[in-house]
Write a protein that binds this ligand. Structure first.
Ligand SMILES: Cc1cc2nc3c(=O)[nH]c(=O)nc-3n(C[C@H](O)[C@H](O)[C@H](O)COP(=O)(O)OP(=O)(O)OC[C@H]3O[C@@H](n4cnc5c(N)ncnc54)[C@H](O)[C@@H]3O)c2cc1C
Length: 595
């Protein structure tokens, strides 16, 4: 059976040494997060992930969810008890405001816990994950009354949340949506339509389910400008917070899918269900974007979580499996063969996944920290800078971390040879589960288009200029440091490639949009490579400082893994740049009939 160990030590190193978390004590909620509190929260979160969530991962995969003739859905054995432990531990509201029963702790800390939950049991972790996304949307766009009515119960975990966007004929192009909302004359609306692929749409984990649904109010403009957001509870809620009658919203069927079997993916039928507008009429996509941005970062974290757990199990197997002899002579002559970890090609694979995981974790935590600054700082300039960073990095975290997360799960599976293809080892589940993260919350191709079409040109390219400037300043400040040269010099090369690609788009994409579309995915990965390269340079700096104080094997290891990234992974930027500069000519040359 596969196992999972939450990377607590790595998170602590990143927060304390790399990002100097204590420097942000001026932010709301940060002074409560002393070093001791952070360590205790991470250790408790790790215990929950390792002992409660992880053992249920294969159970959920095997059993899946069951829909009954009355439309109710039961989750796999053990999920309800595990969910109750999760909710009872206060995890749902870890970073929610205290006014609604939350603990008000930094979102950064919550993000680390999200990684643990995703690595331990992606399908189970999605139930609270979606609830946190729904709470974020209500917090920003809900009325005071809606917040008071829904948030405390969601924070408690008594009620869960969902996000209802997709319809049979539209997922990416939500402007095509057909679900209708008719005003009832009392401030509420009647919603009618069908949503598909709704994660956690129906289940037995909570007393009530708070659906956030996008629909078109009668007479609203066509396209995305006529979309509004509604809150539609499974059970209507009385003014005193008690549950009222059942709303006509039901699960028509469950999807049979490739992975995340333990998460109920529902067709949801709205048959005149009562809902209330969230935010302004026809501004629903705007409101939903809050939830989507939150969810996109969380999905990027899912990619990392799957990559980490797959790596851990591949390492254990590679140390155990005996095949062949090392190229340099037997390493375990007393055994029939050497463990496969002696082989350079196996090492290449494991080093590649590890170098990604540690940099991706840093990128995720750095971005989550910017989210905290954006929400909690009193300084307008600091908030703007943080929001710029978030806007730029959200598609990168979502797209790159899930593309690589899946690829790494496959690579880790490869370490098992044929056994990786056999279900009992668990690697197949990691591959199948990791695959969805590339698709939902906006397919990765759409993330790339969002980056190049919206985030890059926004405010005259301010966010990108700020990122390029920050990395360049770091290189300048550390370029002369002999110990840092192995990190800083390759970073400069990668940064030059990123600058080159950005310039090329400015000159060649406005007049020929297909050039932007054809190069978008390469650009997203190019930015991801450089951002992770920057993370490695900062990790190296912190590791060198620690080594100067108290040398340790852990820090020496980090420095080697970082060099591996710089030597063998970051150079991919050159290939990405060449592809971008090739433009769209051959990509678009064939007529559709020629395919
Ligand atoms: C297991 C699972 C869980 C899900 N959970 C939820 C949920 O909780 N809530 C919810 O609302 N939805 C959910 N979804 C739906 C998911 O978000 C959509 O499937 C996804 O956004 C893609 O939409 P689509 O399937 O309609 O594909 P399409 O929009 O038809 O896209 C098909 C392909 O075309 C590409 N494409 C489309 N338009 C463009 C373009 N303009 N430029 C370039 N490429 C383009 C896409 O990248 C994609 O590769 C879930 C889906 C699954 C499978």
């Amino acid at each position: 059976m596969p196992s999972y160990k939450a990377p607590v030590e790595d998170v602590l190193f990143l927060l304390n040494d790399v990002f100097a978390f204590h420097r942000y004590d001026n932010l709301r909620g940060f002074s409560d997060a002393s070093a001791d509190v952070i360590e205790a929260v991470l250790n408790e979160g790790a215990k929950l992930a390792e002992t409660v969530l992880a053992p249920l991962n294969p159970v959920g995969d095997r059993e899946g969810c069951t829909r009954h003739p009355d439309g109710s859905v039961t989750t796999p054995k053990g999920f309800k008890a595990a969910y109750d432990t999760y909710a009872g531990g206060g995890w749902m509201g870890l970073s929610m405001p205290e006014a609604y029963g939350g603990q008000g702790l930094p979102h950064t800390l919550n993000t680390a816990i999200q990684e643990f939950a995703s690595g331990a049991n992606l399908a189970l972790g999605m139930y609270p994950g979606l609830t946190q996304g729904a709470m974020a949307a209500l917090l920003v766009h809900g009325s005071e009354e809606q917040k008071a009515l829904y948030l405390p119960k969601m924070v408690e975990g008594a009620w869960t949340g969902t996000m209802n966007l997709t319809e049979p004929h539209c997922g990416t192009d939500l402007g095509l949506l057909k679900t209708r909302a008719v005003p009832n004359g009392d401030g509420s609306y009647s919603l009618t339509g069908t949503k598909i692929f709704i994660s956690a749409g129906e289940h037995d984990l909570s007393e009530n389910i708070v659906h956030l649904v996008i629909a078109r109010i009668e007479g609203a403009p066509a396209g995305t400008k006529g979309i509004s957001l509604f809150v539609v509870p499974k059970f209507l809620v009385n003014a005193d917070g008690s549950l009222g009658r059942r709303n006509p919203v039901s699960c028509g069927s469950l999807e049979h899918k490739m992975g995340i079997h333990g998460n109920s993916t529902c067709v949801m039928n709205y048959d005149g269900a009562t809902g209330w507008l969230v935010g302004q009429e026809n501004r629903g996509l705007n409101a939903m974007f809050v939830m989507m941005n939150e969810a996109r970062l969380a999905v990027g974290v899912q990619g990392l979580g799957q990559s980490e757990v797959a790596y851990q199990n591949a390492v254990a197997y590679a140390k155990d499996r005996l095949q062949g002899r090392a190229l340099t002579g037997a390493k375990a002559p007393e055994k029939a063969a050497d463990p496969i970890i002696v082989h350079p090609d196996v090492r290449r694979t494991l080093m590649g996944i590890r170098a990604f995981n540690e940099a991706a974790r840093a990128l995720v935590l750095w971005t989550a920290l910017q989210a905290d600054i954006g929400h909690r700082s009193d300084d307008a300039a600091e908030r703007q800078n943080a929001e710029d960073h978030m806007g730029l990095m959200t598609p990168v975290v979502k797209g790159v971390l899930t593309d690589r997360g899946f690829a790494n799960a496959v690579e880790a599976q490869q370490m098992f040879g044929g056994h990786g293809y056999i279900e009992e080892w668990g690697m197949s589940q990691f591959v199948r589960d990791a695959r969805i993260a590339m698709i939902y919350e906006g397919a990765n191709g759409i993330q790339a288009m969002d980056l190049i079409g919206r985030k890059l040109p926004k405010d005259g390219g301010r966010a990108m200029m700020s990122f390029l400037g920050e990395v360049q300043t770091f290189i300048k400040d550390h370029g002369e440091d002999e110990a840092m040269k192995a990190y800083v010099a390759p970073l400069q090369t990668g940064l030059n490639d990123l600058q080159g690609a950005t310039m090329w788009f400015m000159q060649n994409a406005f007049t020929k949009p297909d050039n932007a579309g054809a190069g978008a995915t390469d650009y997203m990965h190019l930015l991801g490579l450089v951002a992770m390269g920057y993370m490695w340079a900062r990790i190296a700096k912190a590791a060198l400082a620690r080594q100067a104080e108290t040398p340790s094997e852990a820090m020496a290891t980090k420095l080697v893994v970082g060099r591996f990234y710089m030597e063998r992974m970051l150079p991919e930027t050159a290939m990405r740049l060449v592809r971008i500069k090739a433009g769209s000519e051959t990509t678009m040359a064939l007529a559709a009939e020629a395919f």
